[in-house]
Design a protein around this ligand. Structure first.
Ligand SMILES: NC(=O)c1ccc[n+]([C@@H]2O[C@H](COP(=O)([O-])OP(=O)(O)OC[C@H]3O[C@@H](n4cnc5c(N)ncnc54)[C@H](OP(=O)(O)O)[C@@H]3O)[C@@H](O)[C@H]2O)c1
Length: 343
C-alpha cells in the first residue's frame, strides 16, 4: 500500500489522477492534493465528479520537501518548467516522483532546452529519469525514482508505429493527429474557447510541435526512421486520434501486418489491436487507459495504422498510474480496469 501526493491537483490531469486513485486497491491514502489557487477548499470544488470520493481531502500548498517526506509516491501534474523546480525537493524528501510534464522526458537535456526555450534547472536529475512508456521501458521503470510520463501525442504516435520501425518495415513515418481541447489544460484560452473551436478542425505547429523531438527520440531507439508530425485541434473534449503513414518499399499483406502487431503487443494489458480495416474509436477508450490500434491498410508504398487514446488517461494520468503500478510491483492494471463507453 502507498501514501500518495498529487501536485497540481486542481487541473485536468490532477483531477483525472484523483479519479483513478480513488478506487486503487493499493492506495492507502491520497494525503496531499495541491493547489495554490484553491488552498483550503475541498477537492470536489474543482472536480465535482469526485464529490463523494474524497470527503475530507482539501487542497493544500505545503513545502514540497514535506510532501516528499510524507508520501511514497508523488505525481507532479504542473506545467513544464514548474515541475523541474519542484521535483528535486520531492525526491530529497524521499518519494518516488512521476512527472507528467515535459521537463524530464529528454535523454539529451540540450534537446529540451532548444525546444522549450529554457535552461534546465536540474540537469543532473534529468540524466536519471526514465521515459515512462511501459510498453517500451518497463524494466527501467521498475528501478528508477523519477519517471518522466510521456506526452499525450507521443503516446498515441509511438504505440501506433513502434512495430513498423522496430521491424524495419518503413523508412519514413508521418503522423497526423487530432486532439480534443482538454489537452490544453483547465485554463481557458482563445484557441480552446467553445465558439472558436466547436465547429472547426485546425492544424497547428505543423512542422515544429514540441512533441516531435520526443517521438523522434523514442522511435529512434527502435530503428532508423525519419519522423514527421502534424497535430490538429479537433472539436472534442477528450481523445487523440493519430493516423500514422509509414512510407517504404513495403511487401507485407494487411493480415500479416496485423498479426505482427498482435505478437509485438502480446501480453500488453493496455494495447488493444483492432481487426484489419477497423477504425479505433475514441469513445471506446474514453476515460480508460487503453490505446486501441487498427486500420493496417497496405498499398502503393504506404502502410496506414491508426491509434486512439484518451489524452487525459493513457495520454497522461492513466499512464502515470500504470507507471506507479509497474514501479511498486502492483498488478499493472490495478485501478485502471474500467472498460470504455459505447456509444
Ligand atoms: N491535458 C493533457 O491532456 C495532458 C496530457 C499529457 C501531459 N500533460 C501535462 O500535464 C501537466 C498538467 O497538465 P494539465 O492539463 O492538467 O494542466 P492544468 O489543467 O492547467 O493544471 C495545471 C495544474 O498545475 C498547477 N500549477 C500551475 N503552475 C504551478 C506552479 N508554478 N507551481 C505549482 N503548481 C502549479 C495548477 O494549480 P493552481 O493554479 O490551482 O495552483 C493546476 O493544478 C502539464 O505539464 C501538461 O503538459 C497534459
Amino acid at each position: 500500500m502507498v501514501v500518495v501526493g498529487v501536485v497540481g491537483a486542481s487541473g485536468y490531469t490532477g483531477g483525472e489522477l484523483l479519479r483513478f486513485l480513488a478506487r486503487h486497491p493499493e492506495v492507502e491514502e491520497v494525503r496531499y492534493a495541491t493547489s495554490r489557487r484553491l488552498e483550503g477548499e475541498p477537492v470536489w470544488k474543482a472536480h465535482p465528479n469526485l464529490r463523494r470520493d474524497y470527503p475530507d481531502l482539501e487542497f493544500s500548498d505545503p513545502d514540497p520537501v514535506e510532501i516528499g517526506e510524507d508520501c511514497d509516491v508523488v505525481f507532479t501534474a504542473v506545467p513544464h518548467t514548474a515541475a523541474m523546480e519542484i521535483v528535486p525537493d520531492l525526491l530529497e524528501g524521499g518519494a518516488v516522483v512521476i512527472d507528467l510534464s515535459a521537463d524530464f522526458r529528454f535523454d539529451d537535456v540540450e534537446v529540451y532546452e532548444e525546444w522549450y526555450g529554457v535552461e534546465h534547472a536540474a540537469p543532473e536529475l534529468n540524466a536519471k529519469a526514465v521515459y515512462g512508456l511501459p510498453e517500451l521501458h518497463r524494466d527501467e521503470i521498475r528501478s528508477t525514482d523519477l519517471i518522466a510520463n510521456p506526452g499525450c501525442y507521443p503516446t498515441g504516435a509511438i504505440l501506433a508505429a513502434a512495430p513498423l520501425v522496430e521491424k524495419g518495415l518503413v523508412d519514413v513515418v508521418i503522423f497526423d493527429s487530432k486532439s480534443g481541447t482538454s489537452g490544453a489544460g483547465a485554463k481557458p484560452s482563445e484557441i480552446t474557447h467553445h465558439p472558436e473551436c466547436a465547429e472547426d478542425l485546425t492544424p497547428y505547429n505543423p512542422t515544429d510541435h514540441r512533441h516531435l523531438p520526443e517521438i523522434r527520440q523514442e522511435l529512434g531507439k527502435l530503428g532508423d526512421v525519419e519522423v514527421h508530425f502534424t497535430p490538429h485541434l479537433a472539436p472534442l473534449v477528450r481523445g487523440i486520434e493519430t493516423t500514422a503513414h509509414g512510407l517504404g518499399d513495403v511487401e507485407i499483406e494487411s493480415e500479416e501486418l496485423r498479426e505482427l502487431y498482435v505478437e509485438y503487443y502480446d501480453g500488453e494489458p493496455f494495447v488493444r489491436i483492432c481487426e484489419v480495416g477497423e477504425t479505433p474509436r475514441l469513445w471506446a477508450v474514453r476515460g480508460t487507459n487503453y490505446c486501441d490500434v487498427g486500420i493496417f491498410a497496405v498499398g502503393d508504398g504506404r502502410i496506414v495504422v491508426a491509434s486512439a487514446i484518451d489524452n487525459l488517461a493513457k495520454g497522461a494520468s492513466g499512464q502515470a498510474v500504470q507507471n506507479m503500478n509497474v514501479r511498486f510491483g502492483f498488478e499493472e492494471t490495478s485501478g485502471l480496469e474500467e472498460p470504455g463507453y459505447h456509444p
